[in-house]
Design a protein around this ligand. Structure first.
Ligand code: SF4
Ligand code: SF4
Ligand code: SF4
Length: 228
């Protein structure tokens, strides 16, 4: 199938296919989003448009700066693929590795102290640093391998959509603000008029490891050389 058939495919509902990135992927429509609505609450999610991403890592730098993430660990990585095509016609695919803010979050389920939790007003999965005892269960349970121990305080850490920094100041997440190509879209999946829903309704997207039942809220627009 080709990218030019996006509208037909998204209108058809959820279609499963396999990508070369990580696990099973799903094409989503508004029909699937309607299933995750929560009364009155926001449900924040993000899209990484791999077709627009140039791998500049401005987003990772901004995240580190705004959230005071120490060197040696990271809340956000941009992973470069193997070369696609043959010299001189070579392209790369850049994909985002960060917390997926799972609706069914394994990290929350295994935490013995309640330090790992999902904020019901926003859908953001976050960490109560004062409750974290450093057992590492959440690091082991996360299928996306995006958690780490913050060397500054020893607590489990990860992306929280800048909940206590940029979001608290009424701004977009730092990664979104900093992206020069507008490859990142952030917004409320419960708001039918949000930009994120507009993009989801008009693009083919996939999510990583959906077969695990985690219901991740990080969507990706796939970049493929030639046919998808
Ligand atoms: S991606 Fe990992 S850290 Fe983030 S909510 Fe899911 S299980 Fe938890
Ligand atoms: S939303 Fe904030 S914490 Fe998450 S990756 Fe982007 S900049 Fe980092
Ligand atoms: S800032 Fe934007 S273009 Fe640069 S690596 Fe991040 S998502 Fe890709």
């Amino acid at each position: 199938m080709s990218c030019s058939r996006r509208n037909f495919l998204t209108g058809a509902g959820a279609v499963i296919f396999t990508t070369g990135v990580a696990g099973t992927a799903v094409l989503n429509s508004r029909k699937t989003l309607a299933n995750v609505e929560q009364d009155g609450n926001k449900l924040y999610g993000m899209i990484h448009d791999e077709t627009a991403c140039i791998g500049c890592t401005a987003c990772t730098d901004a995240c580190r700066d705004v959230n005071k993430v120490p060197e040696g660990v990271s809340r956000l990585e941009i992973i470069r693929s193997e070369p696609m095509g043959e010299h001189p016609d070579v392209e790369y695919r850049f994909t985002r590795k960060s917390c997926q803010h799972c609706e069914n979050a394994p990290c929350v389920m295994v935490c013995p102290t309640g330090a790992a939790y999902k904020d019901e007003k926003t859908g953001i999965v976050d960490v109560h640093k004062d409750k974290c005892v450093g057992c590492g269960y959440c690091l082991a349970a996360c299928p996306y391998q995006v958690r780490f121990f913050n060397p500054a305080d020893g607590s489990a850490d990860k992306c929280n959509f800048c909940r206590d920094t940029n979001l608290a100041q009424g701004k977009l997440p730092a990664c979104v603000e900093s992206c020069p190509t507008k490859a990142l879209v952030f917004g409320d999946l419960n708001d039918p008029s949000s930009e994120i829903n507009a993009v989801l309704n008009n693009q083919v997207v996939y999510r990583d490891k959906v077969h695990l039942g985690t219901k991740p809220k990080l969507y990706k627009i796939p970049k493929q050389k030639g046919e998808v």
